[in-house]
Design a protein around this ligand. Sequence first.
Ligand SMILES: C[S@@+](CC[C@H](N)C(=O)[O-])C[C@H]1O[C@@H](n2cnc3c(N)ncnc32)[C@H](O)[C@@H]1O
Length: 279
Amino acid sequence: MSGFSLDWLDLREAADQCARDKNLLVDAMRFLDAVREDSEAADESRIVMDLGTGSGSTLRAFSSVIEAQADLHTWRLIDNDAELLAAAKRRVPQGVNAETHLLDLNKIAELPIEGVELVTSSALFDLVSERFVHELADTLLANCKGKPPGFYSALNYDGNTDWTPAHPLDREVLAAFNRDQQTDKGFGPALGPQAVPVMEQKFIKSGFTVACAQSPWQLDGGEHELVRELINGIGNAVKHDSLLEPNALRSWMEFRMAHADSGTCSIGHIDLLALPRPG
Ligand SMILES: C[S@@+](CC[C@H](N)C(=O)[O-])C[C@H]1O[C@@H](n2cnc3c(N)ncnc32)[C@H](O)[C@@H]1O
């Protein structure tokens, strides 16, 4: 399974939905409500722009938290993968207004940001570069006509992975995986585990109040299929790392696969919500 295939996104969706911090989701919805109350056009629907939509996991997360309000928003779903956008469109909950935009996020100037009140994303910002975060934040501010949008970014990998039972190579494999996380994923050198600190710093500097919450995957034998794919994914990511001995890596993978049904795995993520400071 590739990193962005529909199969992989479907396999991880339940763990993602369970991991997301619900308080930040509710705070993001409350922000949209407050914008609505302040607005002269209170009867118009609010616009949410979801970056790197995939099959629409973030839209579904918002809809499930406050179902009754989901239809008050129009979602602009952005991805450069037409197949994923088609799946996202098919899965839009009933009553929710959503439009898809096939776009490369690197072309920030082409994003449909007109009227956007909340920018959302999940499992995206550990893939992007520091430059991308700075350019995106600057573009949002430059085009907001004095009303900056909120910014919600969930499930950013934070560099921590814990397995039980332990294996002597766990630490070396994790270090190699974290090195791979900072290689180019299509946006220049990726932030990997630095995603949240970089976003936090940039949005605070830009006049936002930033809240963060941990959203780890807590996996056990109940998610053995996901755990096995994760082990394969880690193995693929680190197989060319010059500091890992191939036979040692092979026996680490065999050990992890043998415990996929009975062991546990925690993968650290952080959710972030940046809201413009009043005034
Ligand atoms: C890890 S997936 C996350 C998908 C979804 N947000 C979720 O949480 O399930 C990353 C998504 O970003 C999209 N993506 C990656 N690079 C992109 C780019 N340069 N432009 C637009 N979308 C991109 C991928 O197609 C994929 O859907």
